[in-house]
Design a binder for this molecule. Structure first.
Ligand SMILES: C[S@@+](CC[C@H](N)C(=O)[O-])C[C@H]1O[C@@H](n2cnc3c(N)ncnc32)[C@H](O)[C@@H]1O
Length: 265
């Protein structure tokens, strides 16, 4: 039986879809998003910058780091430039396992399964907080070869796991299963550049039962990248990570999200 989609409660995947201009969201999601936008009017800029980071990170991983396999946890609703589309445009044989715990993402997963004939994509409904289940799932094992490097993608998802849920254990478990030469690409919301704005946006989520934790650059680095070799330019605002072109970039207080890519030694 497919899990029920509760349209009365906001969900982070659908709120994110609304920010990105998608159509897979409901009134409760839009209300939460609008409330967050009252405090953080530039959130749509931030979300677009986060999504653009995801694309640049995948391009780097395939074209420069030689990665051919991805484990993308917290995939979100299918949008433009999903991981397999970016990766397979460069190397069609790339393989991707998508993971999300929101039933609406499962309902739309067909759009993520449009692999090139040479490659492979798969989707599993699972929770980041149960990393063993993700790793042990037969679909994961059939799609990815754990003797070869894999890029773990934790893009805009770790801030939904507060410290009480021991996120460092999750990251350690997932990275621990990957061979040397694997990579992590991750992004995370921060309040360092505009504490008031982020406090207001955080309240909009919390008041509607969505939990999470905003972290500083140091806290994010310690959580996600401890023991890994950071790829240049290190941990930066997502908009400053290998930007393409010389056009103007948004202000830190608009972006409010850090990103980085690192290699497992
Ligand atoms: C902000 S969206 C990010 C989507 C995509 N990674 C991106 O950056 O464009 C966060 C996604 O993480 C998912 N998510 C949140 N908590 C999760 C959990 N505990 N396990 C799996 N997925 C989760 C949400 O359902 C949502 O689709």
């Amino acid at each position: 039986m497919e899990p029920r989609i509760d349209t009365g409660k906001p969900h982070t995947a659908r709120i994110y879809d609304y920010y990105l201009g998608g159509k897979d969201n409901f009134a409760a999601d839009r209300r939460t998003a609008e409330r967050a936008m009252q405090s953080w009017p530039a959130v749509r800029t931030a979300v677009r910058e986060n999504r653009a980071f995801l694309g640049r990170a995948v391009r780097f991983l395939v074209a420069e780091a030689g990665i051919r396999q991805f484990l993308d946890v917290g995939t979100g609703l299918p949008s433009a430039n999903n991981v397999h589309e970016v990766a397979q445009a460069l190397v069609p044989s790339c393989r991707v396992v998508y993971v999300d715990n929101d039933p609406i993402v499962l309902a739309h997963a067909r759009a993520l399964l449009t692999s090139s004939p040479e490659g492979r994509t798969a989707y599993i409904p699972a929770d980041l907080r149960e990393p063993e289940k993700i790793l042990d799932d037969p679909v994961t094992r059939q799609t990815l070869d754990f003797t070869q490097p894999i890029a773990l993608m934790l893009v805009a998802v770790l801030h939904f796991v507060p410290d009480e849920e021991r996120p460092w254990r999750i990251v350690d478990t997932l990275l621990g299963a990957l061979p040397s030469g694997s990579y992590l690409a991750a992004t995370h919301v921060t309040a360092e550049h505009d504490p008031d704005t982020l406090a207001g946006a955080g309240r909009a989520y919390q008041e509607r039962g969505l939990t999470g934790q905003i972290r500083t650059a140091d806290e994010f680095a310690e959580l996600a990248f401890r023991g890994l070799e950071m790829v240049d330019p290190g941990l930066t605002l997502v908009s400053e990570w290998r930007p393409r072109g010389a056009g103007p970039r948004p202000m830190p207080s608009e972006v409010n999200a850090y990103g980085g890519v690192a290699r497992k030694p």
